[in-house]
Write a protein that binds this ligand. Structure first.
Ligand code: 13P
Length: 252
């Protein structure tokens, strides 16, 4: 089955109301409509989700959250439920980003529970995995990422409601990109795991690469085997850069 590419932006903790201008600019740069041959997503801070859903309108630009709680509701001050993101118009939610794993000590089991909550709420879960520099230098990258995939994959996931994102921690926000060989090798490793998981129903889940993706390197990375698009941080904040990444992907 042909996998549909996903170009996803993660704004992280960036974006006030005035940043919504980037959505308007992106739509203008793309002629009011996202390309029909792949999916385009922006994940702003939770405070902007509902507004950006309205801004995106019928353009085909999807909006997502950056995290959710594993429970549907309850006494969890400051947290946000997947059903709330869905209610605000989100279509996706990122779970287990390395910054949340590091800042909030999120374990694979917690990430798995969040992804399950996302799917139960009708969202597509983007489950993030990736090794640190120390782990890569110690030759543990495949083992670490393999364990993260095994431990974080939600029950009930299939090729439609679950996306994996491989983001080597040392490549995030550093300008350092993994080599094409390293990216291809890790994506093949993840693909092999997905083919075995859940009796094969995850075989066709998309696997995104994240870590210093820019207009200048997006095409080369997205053309790699088993790379089904990207999760883009810094370069998704500016409409011109994000639009250039979308344009670079059109020839693939
Ligand atoms: P950068 O593209 O800024 O390296 O961030 C990647 C990332 O963490 C996306 O989730």
């Amino acid at each position: 089955m042909e996998r549909r590419m996903l170009i996803a932006g993660n704004w992280k903790m960036n974006g006030l109301q005035k940043a919504r201008k980037e959505v308007a600019d992106l739509l203008a740069l793309q002629g009011g409509k996202m390309p029909s041959m792949f999916d385009v997503l922006l994940c702003p801070p939770a405070t902007l989700v509902a507004d950006m859903v309205r801004d995106a309108g019928a353009s085909g630009l999807a909006i997502g959250g950056q995290d959710c709680h594993h429970a549907d509701h309850g006494a969890h001050t400051g947290d946000i439920a997947a059903s709330m993101l869905k209610d605000a118009g989100a279509a996706y939610v990122i779970v287990g980003h390395s910054e949340r794993r590091a800042d909030h000590g999120e374990s694979n089991a917690q990430v798995k529970a969040k992804a399950e909550a996302a799917i139960a709420a009708g969202l597509i879960a983007i489950v993030c995995v990736g090794e640190t520099l120390a782990e890569r230098e110690a030759g543990q990258a495949f083992d670490v990422v393999g364990k993260q995939v095994d431990g974080s994959l939600p029950e009930g996931a299939d090729g439609q409601n679950c996306v994996l994102a491989y983001e080597p921690v040392w490549a995030i926000g550093t300008g350092k990109v993994a080599t094409p060989e390293d990216i291809a090798a890790m994506h093949a490793h993840i693909r092999a795991k997905l083919e075995k998981a859940g009796g094969g129903i995850l075989a066709n889940a998309r696997i995104l690469y994240g870590g210093s993706v820019k207009p200048s390197n997006a095409e080369q990375i997205f053309a790699l085997r088993d790379v089904d698009g990207g999760l883009i941080g810094g370069a998704s904040l500016k409409a011109a850069d994000f639009s250039a990444i979308i344009d670079a992907s059109k020839s693939l």
